[in-house]
Design a protein around this ligand. Sequence first.
Ligand SMILES: Cc1ncc(COP(=O)(O)O)c(C=O)c1O
Length: 384
Amino acid sequence: MTQVPFGDMKAHYQQFKSDIDTAVSRVLASGHYILGPELDKFEKDFAKFVGVNYAVGCSCGTEAIYLALAAMGVGPGDEVITVAHTAVPTINAISMTGATPVFADIDPVTYVMDVNSAESKITEKTKAFVPVHLYGQMVNMEPLMKLSLKHRIPVMEDIAQATGSLFKGAMAGTIGEYGAFSFYPSKNLGAFGDGGMVVTNSKENYELLLKLRNMGQSQRYHHDIVGINSRLDEIQAAILGAQLPYVNQWNTRRREIAKRYNEGLKGLVTTPQEASYGAHVYHLYVIQTENRDEMQKYLSDKGIQCLIHYPIPGHLQKAYTFLGYKKGDLPVTEHAANHILSLPMYPELTNEQVDHVIAAIRDYCKEKNTASVATPMSAQVAGR
Ligand SMILES: Cc1ncc(COP(=O)(O)O)c(C=O)c1O
């Protein structure tokens, strides 16, 4: 039986083994493992790739968001507007500052922040917007930046899932005051461990971030401010640097796979829509379907591993009950959580594997005697 795992890091390593082994050996032999030349070079190369002036490597995406918010001065008593339809670390990072996460609903078609909903959540305590470019697709940044300017509320882009995606030709990370990336292994650019990066165009922000990620130090043993230890180590920086030249090529392959899925699944399920304003880089390929759980089990029995991103939205997580949200507060988010299914999506996926997934979904629909299309909420939601 053809197996289609959700991800295949071993295949990824085998393909780039010599580049990665060379990078790791170089660092091991250098004797320099923290804050050295590899990080320096990778930060410069990554800033150039994104099209910003500065990049600051850190331990993971969660801390990248935290560091950017801390640099903005976000803290206890403040509110930060984001979405509940995200990986929970987005929300954790806001909580780590002591601020209160406030959830906007999402757009029913793109699954990212509905800017009208975000506007309705602004109060005098709002200190930042954290739009999440989920699944590889950017938030509609034009109306969001208008809101930001009008209310003087800065924007911190969560780009953990969207390295290389575009908004009207501008790369994710170049529009907000800060951008935060994750290099979790399965991301569009992934480390072989944890890693993250904050980008910014401002020298002042950059200098502050350098201190914040290194225990508040301006120089050794001189701690000007309270910071944390959040550094991207030399081995991960070297591995990431070796892979950076391939990111656009991998994103192109992700887009090819998405096109193949879109064509094969037409009429069977709700396929993802690419917004007219941007280029989707398909960190995840997410469909909507009725009987989602049943379809997931059917596919699993056929050797196809699918996951749900995310089954429980942030506002309904136990950890966040103290925020006081209840079921029904974010209808589009909750509808998505009940209907979405992520199909395997990574550059190493072969066309045969993609076709196997498509055939299995077609068989499922035939057996159930149904085109399994979920009703997207677009028809039901006003204001789109
Ligand atoms: C949208 C989003 N934000 C933040 C994070 C946190 O990144 P990390 O796992 O590197 O801390 C992730 C990854 O899990 C993510 O997908």
